[in-house]
Design a protein around this ligand. Sequence first.
Ligand code: URA
Length: 218
Amino acid sequence: MRAVGRVRARPKPSAARYLPARQSYASLRAAAADCHGCDLYKHATQTVFGEGKVRAPVMFVGEVPGDVEDLTGHVFVGPAGRLLRKAMEAAGLDARDVYMTNAVKHFKFVERGKRRIHQKPKRIEIQACRPWLEAEIDLVKPHIVLALGAVAAGALLGPSFRLSHHRGEFVRSNTGARIMATMHPSAILRAPDSAARRKATARLVNDLRTIARSLRQK
Ligand code: URA
């Protein structure tokens, strides 16, 4: 009779073991550049770590870097980033007050001919990348965190959070920061026509204005 061996559970993918012992912005960014905590690094060009002033009062959390971000290594520099920065300007929110990052730090895509089409990260990939996001929140200690889109909202507020019900509302978190969720600028770019795009942009500007006003009241 064959001996029945014990089946060893495969460890869950996680970035945890790549985190440096002493955490500064520079050490975190350098360590994240070599993260193999899940398989997404295999196809992406590079890790796209968060950027902005350490100790910025506001942190934006997007979903995952896009094509341009993957190629340049910088957050929110593609079409969605341009829309976001214009909306910040319209809302009177100073970009120097905002640290920007993503729930997942490697571009996830499928190739269609010459194009690389963004793919939504899986829950297991978001969880694997979570140690980086937690380390950024610990370091920056933002007063306000803005989740851009449902993926970031789920990562920050749990899978039961409904963006459609609670968009634009402040929620207290156990980090001490107040968290708001709004529509992702990429979703605005995908709106079916220019009227819908204008309406969605106006709502984004409105949410950013709420944040700018809240900063001024501090
Ligand atoms: N979309 C994101 O969520 N993040 C980026 O950095 C760019 C596009």
